[in-house]
Write a protein that binds this ligand. Structure first.
Ligand SMILES: *[C@@H]1O[C@H](CO)[C@@H](O)[C@H](O)[C@H]1NC(C)=O
Ligand SMILES: *[C@@H]1O[C@H](CO)[C@@H](O)[C@H](O)[C@H]1NC(C)=O
Ligand SMILES: *[C@@H]1O[C@H](CO)[C@@H](O)[C@H](O)[C@H]1NC(C)=O
Ligand SMILES: *[C@@H]1O[C@H](CO)[C@@H](O)[C@H](O)[C@H]1NC(C)=O
Ligand SMILES: *[C@@H]1O[C@H](CO)[C@@H](O)[C@H](O)[C@H]1NC(C)=O
Ligand SMILES: *[C@@H]1O[C@H](CO)[C@@H](O)[C@H](O)[C@H]1NC(C)=O
Length: 747
């Protein structure tokens, strides 16, 4: 990479630099990898800066950071558990398409490593208060005093095909039959594993930033609401869509460093896999990450590459929304523009991705590939801007149920206790209906026993004051007043900001519409520059949903329209202005000389110890007399050609007995010349699927179906499929077993 103008770091006396760094880093922060790289630094010869005089030590440290990356498996129970995103009772998982991962990025100030930030990009629908608490508690045990409320951010990729039930509040638990501890533990433990890896790999290096436009990978889901924003404001932008991808490149070493990963941000809704899919997957962000990591290290299995590719979330599907109303004249036509209905019904209006006519996973692959290509363009670009400046973080909790503040025109306003409007129940074009909102009835096809457990299945009626506060939103679910058996929705949310040099990351607990995001970012950038905190090169990204899930945020004008997003703007018409006020108020904590944190604010309660959990445990697995777990019930054919799909069926057991984290439920193995077998595919490869089916409930019989669609790049040779299972016996003990198909050939 060509040196950038004005980029004078890492020249001159490297041994002086080494001494400075060693001196600057307290010993408890020194990791093995850091010592290794520091040693390496001493042997690199200076080539930059045309032989100009040496820079002072402090200048050397400018732009030098300690960087680490890591990845961990966070896949909860892949069967008999509700998926989180569409909030549909019917979407209960039945197997795996791709595993979910947490990818972690740590940046520490090289001169003062206690100033650091930890960015967790997890393949989950949204960050969550309880999960974040769990992660922080374990971090405090492992690394006392280093990782804090302020410097750890839990950002969800907003996949709508991950395992559910991990959340703190009641409303998103309604479809998962309450809290699912197994999912929660998988996310906390896998994330801790990823953070430990990133921590242990901390070593000196530099960061560079760039942006590009990614076309045809997203749409605005509510263009009608967008048009409610003032014309002169809309005229300042090219459209109703933010299609800029921003990327932060992580490079270890100096001079000819090696790239260890990147974090990228692009706004696209995590719904390119449909609501009728029941195989656990990571949607388009996780797909893009898999593609990039496999591109960098083709021989590493998913989740085991050293290079970590972060595709993070900053809204909408690509082709727009169409009616699926067989037999009706409007079948196949675009949905009603204003209300997203088909023949006045929301249920038949579905968003479509570019691969909708090909397969359920095709849109996912196409949208993932477009993001992969955007990131590749940036990673290979010679024009990235070097990051330099302090590392800072700030965090506070705010009770949004009545946050009172002054608008920029001086008018004093307040936010309202959380409530969802009637537009919420219509769902969106990505997935009709949400959270099984038909309360307290037994008439629906999927009767939800949660309603029986939730006393007074309807939320308390809103008071006149609450109605006025949310006006013009008609209140459907008065969740802010629903605290039984515990809080339905969060009133207390996280406001958090990271700064790394000129890059400022606003970590949001909510999904912002395009214009809301623009207003917040611009207000923040203006404030940072005006107060002299960051220079004219200040670059602000807004990411989420992170830390907790506070539904949507629209502009005041879009709120007036009350489509799904406006109806889901929890805290009323002043929600966006409150966020702008709260974030900009914290700007001073990002300045170079800032050392303290604002008051913590009211700390949200961890509701998980007393949460309702109605998911039934696995009773037992068994096989018919004289049969074995792992028996092959359907063998693959003897010979296949590339592009064909291999299928095998085994006598199985419930995969909930052992999540096999960091492992796999299946392996495609290739025969090597020496008679050994090599694992070439796992359950996390997009070309494989793993499906479980209970065939006899009372006796505990089940089957596993494994498929592998042979990629064109697969070498000819001999292969077999192995299934790894765990059976639960009636006394409770769990026994591991495996099953292996006969060998088959690929021509
Ligand atoms: C899933 O839903 C999509 C969109 O409604 C439809 O095109 C597809 O055929 C459905 N797939 C299955 C397996 O039902
Ligand atoms: C939808 O509702 C409108 C207004 O109520 C009515 O005029 C129209 O006929 C309805 N369309 C259908 C297909 O029911
Ligand atoms: C909200 O707070 C303001 C003052 O801070 C107070 O006047 C008002 O009554 C409060 N509203 C509610 C619903 O508690
Ligand atoms: C300030 O702005 C709000 C929101 O647009 C508006 O409702 C209010 O009337 C304005 N106040 C003044 C004094 O102009
Ligand atoms: C729904 O059915 C369950 C039993 O299946 C019963 O306990 C419950 O009271 C019913 N709820 C309503 C609202 O009728
Ligand atoms: C399956 O399990 C058996 C018994 O534990 C073991 O000997 C064998 O190596 C396993 N096969 C595979 C492919 O892991």
């Amino acid at each position: 990479m060509a040196p950038l103008a004005g980029q004078e770091v890492f020249t001159g006396s490297l041994s002086a630099l080494w001494g400075n760094i060693r001196h600057a880093i307290p010993s408890q922060f020194l990791t093995k990898a850091m010592i290794g790289t520091l040693a390496l630094l001493g042997t690199i010869s200076p080539t930059r800066n045309n032989g100009q005089p040496q820079l002072s030590a402090s200048t050397h440290l400018e732009g030098l950071y300690l960087l680490g990356v890591g990845i961990g498996d966070v896949t909860g129970p892949v069967v008999e558990t509700n998926m989180f995103g569409y909030a549909s009772m019917a979407q209960t998982d039945s197997g795996v398409h791709m595993r979910q991962w947490s990818r972690v990025f740590i940046v520490a100030d090289s001169a003062n490593p206690s100033q650091r930030v930890v960015y967790i990009n997890a393949d989950i629908s949204a960050g969550d208060t309880a999960v974040r608490r769990g992660i922080l508690t374990k971090l405090e045990e492992l690394y006392p005093g280093i990782y804090t409320e302020a410097n750890v951010a839990l950002v969800g990729t907003h996949s709508h095909s991950g395992v559910g039930g991990y959340v703190n509040n009641l409303l998103p638990q309604l479809t998962s039959l309450g809290f699912v501890r197994q999912t929660y533990d998988a996310i906390v433990d896998g994330t801790i594993g990823a953070i430990s890896q990133a921590h242990d790999s901390l070593a000196p290096g530099y960061l560079s930033l760039g942006k590009t436009i990614v076309q045809d990978a997203s749409i605005n889901r509510s263009p009608y609401s967008y048009l409610a924003n003032p014309e002169d404001e809309r005229a300042r932008y090219s459209g109703d869509l933010e299609n800029t991808m921003s990327l932060l490149k992580f490079t270890h070493g100096v001079d000819s460093g090696s790239d260890i990963g990147f974090l990228s941000w692009f706004a696209v809704h995590g719904t390119s896999i449909y609501e009728n899919n029941t195989l656990i997957s990571t949607d388009n962000k996780g797909m893009a990450a898999y593609l990039y990591e496999a591109y960098m290290e083709p021989d590493s299995l998913p989740g085991h590459a050293k290079f970590v590719a972060g595709f993070s979330q900053c809204g909408p599907n690509t082709l727009g929304a169409f009616c699926e109303s067989p037999g009706q004249p409007w079948d196949g036509l675009p949905c009603d523009f204003e209300r997203s209905t088909c023949g006045n019904r929301t249920q038949e209006c579905h968003g479509r991705g570019p691969g909708y006519m090909i397969s359920d996973f095709k849109s996912n692959e196409i949208i993932g590939t477009r993001q992969f290509e955007g990131a590749k363009l940036l990673m290979e670009s010679p024009d990235l801007q070097r990051i330099a400046g302090p590392v800072r973080s700030v965090h506070t909790y705010v009770d949004m149920s009545n946050y009172t503040f002054a608008l920029t025109n001086g008018t004093i306003v307040n936010t309202c206790p959380p409530a969802l409007g009637f537009g919420f129940a219509g769902g969106t074009t990505d997935g009709p209906g949400a959270f099984d909102f038909v309360q307290g009835t037994n008439s629906s096809a999927h009767h939800n026993p949660m309603w029986d457990g939730v006393k007074g299945a309807v939320t308390p009626p809103p008071t006149e004051e609450e109605k006025a506060c949310h006006w013009p939103k008609p209140i459907l679910l008065n969740v802010g007043a629903a605290h039984k058996p515990y809080h339905w929705s969060p009133s207390i949310i996280d406001i958090q900001i990271f700064r790394v040099g000129q890059l400022v990351i606003l970590i949001l607990p909510s999904e912002f519409t395009t214009m809301s995001g623009r207003r917040l970012r611009e207000a923040m950038r203006a404030k940072l520059i005006e107060d002299g905190i960051v220079g004219q090169d200040a670059y602000v990204v807004a990411v989420g949903p992170a830390n907790t899930y506070a539904h949507y945020t629209t502009t005041r004008e879009e709120y007036g329209i009350q489509r799904y997003e406006g109806a889901s703007t929890l805290y009323g018409p002043n929600t966006l202005d409150a966020y702008i006020h709260l974030y900009t108020e914290l700007a001073n904590y990002l300045s170079e000389d800032a050392t303290d944190q604002p008051p913590s604010g009211p700390i949200p309660e961890d509701l998980t110890p007393n949460a309702i959990s109605l998911q039934k445990p696995v009773v037992k697995d068994s096989v018919p007399p004289f049969k074995k777990f792992g028996d092959v019930l359907e063998e693959p054919s003897p010979v296949y050609f590339k592009g064909e799909t291999v299928q095998a069926v085994f006598r199985g057991a419930n995969p909930r007995n052992n999540l096999r984290l960091e492992e796999t439920f299946l392996a495609v193995e290739q025969a090597l010349d020496d008679g050994e077998w090599k694992v070439v595919r796992t359950d996390s490869h997009p070309s494989t699927t793993f499906r479980w089916m209970r065939t006899q409930e009372l006796l505990g019989f089940s089957t596993i179906t494994i498929t592998w669609t042979i990629e064109d790049s697969t070498p000819a040779g001999d292969y077999r499929i192995v299934y790894y299972g765990d059976a639960k016996h009636l006394g409770g003990n769990i026994e591991s077993f495996n099953g292996t198909t006969p060998t088959f050939s690929i021509m």
